[in-house]
Design a binder for this molecule. Structure first.
Ligand code: FES
Length: 56
């Protein structure tokens, strides 16, 4: 599912960013661009990032 419509980022890409070594929401943002435009997706993006990091 798309999390960020501005930058076309999916939940899968967020998961992938964490698997590739991102250890914080900020690092996910840097890798994917998620939340770097209008910012509306930031809460969802952050929640998904935390969830995936917790799972690891
Ligand atoms: Fe993600 Fe706008 S929807 S920055």
């Amino acid at each position: 599912m798309y999390v960020c419509l501005c930058r076309n980022v999916t939940d899968h890409q967020i998961r992938q960013a964490v698997e590739d070594g991102a250890r914080s929401w900020r690092e996910v943002q840097q890798q994917t661009g998620c939340g770097t435009q209008c910012g509306k997706c930031a809460c969802t993006g952050k929640d998904i990032t935390r969830e995936v990091i917790r799972e690891e």
